[in-house]
Design a protein around this ligand. Structure first.
Ligand SMILES: Nc1ncnc2c1ncn2[C@@H]1O[C@H](COP(=O)(O)OP(=O)(O)OP(=O)(O)O)[C@@H](O)[C@H]1O
Length: 303
């Protein structure tokens, strides 16, 4: 049953460049959260800070009662075992077949016998639909299969928290749809806490319980999906509708009068009656209580 991550007053800079400041949010245990934001707003930096690869200047990240920003390397190593991370390209070793890539964390971090490793690797490969591809090298398979192999590897240590850095980048829309369903199904099955960084608005609207948006070095908003999808906050509206109209410019920021005029032109997007439906776990996947409540709510909304 995943763990909660409580972030308070977090600030990260590189030299004089402030990436984001005073970020506070709670990733609820077992829920799926998405972090959005224009390119370069520091979403990947945020993931790396959560897992302790980067040190913030200020603020705290509390997991199981411990502030991980204050931990020494040895204790941090223990906390990192709670995490599974899916990097953008799957980060597989090119010279190892998929089986050995997925077995790697088990061989590195545990003393499990090979028979047990085999059971776990095949179980995770089955979960992500890769049975039969054990002998393939990463260079011999599609981008979507590489992502799924990266996901299987992120799962082998039974993480309580899974961080996904743009899981949908470079995939065609059909593969993105399959991957989204896989993410929702996995979350229902293993109940870990998920945080997904994505640029894909359709995914951001359908998949998560919670959405956050980074912009101009701040966390503009973080909250339940419905709250963000029906928000009147100009940046949130522009981003979730994928529009050029709004405060986010291509290279520079726009003046207030222009933004106001442009936003008046966006009619849709904030009507709770027409909310994008939530992607539910596939039939046959046992659903924890949270999912039953969501399904009931969605049914009422559709009726
Ligand atoms: N190790 C580092 N040293 C110095 N600057 C860094 C480092 N890592 C990231 N940055 C800077 O931090 C900023 C945010 O980068 P990051 O990759 O987190 O953005 P992002 O929101 O994930 O972007 P994208 O959506 O394009 O992937 C960039 O200006 C980047 O150059």
């Amino acid at each position: 049953m995943g763990v909660e991550i409580c972030v308070e007053g977090l600030t990260k800079s590189f030299g004089h460049q402030v990436i984001w400041q005073d970020v506070s949010l709670t990733l609820p245990a077992g829920e799926v959260s998405v972090m959005l934001g224009p390119s370069g707003t520091g979403k990947s930096v945020f993931l790396k800070t959560l897992v302790g690869l980067l040190k913030p200047e200020r603020g705290s990240i509390t997991i199981q009662g411990r502030d991980i920003t204050k931990l020494r390397e040895h204790d941090l190593y223990e906390v990192r075992k709670l995490f599974g991370v899916l990097f953008q390209d799957g980060a597989l070793f090119g010279s190892m077949n998929l089986y050995d890539n997925i077995a790697f964390p088990l061989r590195e971090h545990t003393r499990k016998p090979e028979s047990e490793i085999r059971r776990i690797v095949l179980e995770k490969m089955d979960m992500v639909g890769l049975i039969g591809a054990e002998e393939k090298l990463p260079g011999e398979i599609s981008g979507g299969m590489r992502k799924r192999a990266g996901l299987a590897r992120a799962l082998v240590l039974d993480p309580e928290i899974i961080l996904f850095d743009e899981p949908d980048s470079g995939l065609d829309p059909v593969r993105v749809a399959y991957l989204n369903q896989l993410i929702v199904d996995l979350n229902a099955q293993i109940d870990a806490t998920f945080l997904i960084v994505t640029h894909d608005i359709a995914s951001a609207r359908q998949v998560p319980d919670n959405i956050g948006l980074l912009f101009r070095r701040e966390l503009v908003m973080f909250g339940p999906r419905d709250q963000l999808l029906t928000s009147d906050e100009p940046v949130v509206r522009q981003f979730l509708n994928g529009r050029v109209q709004g405060p986010i410019g291509m290279a520079e920021e726009k003046d207030a009068a222009q933004v106001e005029q442009e936003l008046a032109e966006i009619g849709e997007g904030t009507d709770p009656e027409h909310l994008t439906p939530r992607l539910l776990p596939s039939p046959g996947i046992p659903r924890p209580p949270r999912w039953q409540a969501i399904a009931r709510r969605e049914e009422v909304a559709r009726a």
